[in-house]
Write a protein that binds this ligand. Sequence first.
Ligand code: ZN
Length: 150
Amino acid sequence: MSKSKPEHWPGMSKKKFHRIGKYVRRRADDLNLRDWTIHLLHEPLASDCEHAAEITVTYGRAHASISLARHFLTYEPAVQRETLVHELIHIHLDPIEARFRRRGGDGSIWAHLGDLAAGVIIDEVHHDIERATDAIAHAVALGCPLPEFG
Ligand SMILES: [Zn+2]
């Protein structure tokens, strides 16, 4: 999640922001996330961030926050659609990664592995989940209407 101070967001208006929020809500409903509260953050990602968007899923609660790249509105509609679907699919896969991130106490397998091995495994899991999310999002997005955020 971006911790940057509120800044001007080039090209973003209240109306466009509202349209994006509505689009996200509809896709979330399509993706069986009806009971989830999905918050679109009012600030873009930091300009040095390479991601088109990011999602933070709150562990143990049906709540997630999505941050968009500063230049999100300049992307082609098909890219915007796939980006948003990608972030929403992360919600379904997050428990897998979260299980690894939580690790467990001294008696857990993680304590035997040590920080280095644990870090490598967590990185690998993260990478695999990212690839799976990309592949699923690519396929699912094709079945979603193209956005028109203006
Ligand atoms: Zn991702």
